[in-house]
Ligand binder design. Structure first.
Ligand SMILES: [Zn+2]
Length: 243
């Protein structure tokens, strides 16, 4: 099942949603006029470009790897600073795996820094795509990262479906099914099957975001947003970004 194929909400769709009370209660009115990003508290959105945001993530991850004890943040202070509105500078779509918390592995980011969507296998369904679109179109987030990770259980399950036709119960089966095309694409390639699938799946998901969401595709074309994929190493804590 391709869970993002039905996402086709362009500006016209956004505008038509404006008449809906539900949409109006969720989104600031300015977004319906021109999709102008804004801080929900009325302040400025981030001044960082996508490249600057990526550099900041790399710097934070290097700090996490070399000196994790220095990654502490003053949470009380950052909570106070962003209580009235948020201006996050990167969206991270990562696995629900308890060992992959984006705020920590990017150097101890405080409250109000990262806009995060998590699910097993770091996939993009309609809810997650809407979250990503809201982050960039409404909150002005310039960088979107799809972060796979070493020894991902969801990806390993997809590889098991490909190799052994294993069936998984309940919603787990359909969730994992979304990763199967990536696993099939790298089956038989040199190296570790699961790790190759982790990389392939993250790249495919990043491409999906950049091309199947009309909102994000438009922002990418305008040079306002970049979408990148990466892989987190559970052993050494390093994030590798794929260009
Ligand atoms: Zn995982």
């Amino acid at each position: 099942m391709c869970v993002v194929c039905d996402v086709s909400l362009g500006r016209r769709g956004f505008l038509s949603l404006a008449g809906s009370g539900v949409a109006a209660s969720l989104l600031p009115s300015s977004v319906f006029a021109a999709i102008e990003p804004r801080n929900t508290g009325g302040g400025p959105t981030t001044s960082l470009s996508a490249d600057q945001a990526l550099a900041k993530l790399k710097e934070g991850n290097a700090k996490y790897v070399s000196s994790p004890q220095l990654c502490e943040v003053d949470l009380a202070k950052s909570r106070e600073q962003v209580a009235k509105g948020q201006a996050p500078w990167a969206t991270i779509i990562s696995c629900a795996d308890s060992r992959v918390p984006p705020e920590l592995l990017f150097g101890g980011q405080g409250v109000g820094e990262l806009f995060v969507g998590r699910n097993a296998g770091n996939m993009v369904d309609t809810a997650t795509m809407g979250t990503i679109e809201y982050g960039s179109a409404v909150l002005g987030v310039p960088l979107i990262v799809v972060l796979g990770h070493e020894r991902c259980g969801a990806v390993a399950a997809a590889c098991e479906i490909v190799e052994k036709k294993t069936k998984f119960p309940g919603s787990i089966g359909s969730m994992v099914q979304a990763i199967v095309p990536a696993a099939k694409a790298v089956q038989g390639k040199p190296g570790d099957f699961v790790d190759n699938a982790v990389r392939e799946s993250a790249k495919r998901t990043a491409l999906k975001i950049a091309t199947q969401s009309k909102i994000i595709a438009g922002l990418v074309k305008a040079g306002k947003v970049k979408v990148v994929a990466g892989r987190y190493d559970l052993d050494d804590g390093k994030v590798e970004f794929f260009s």
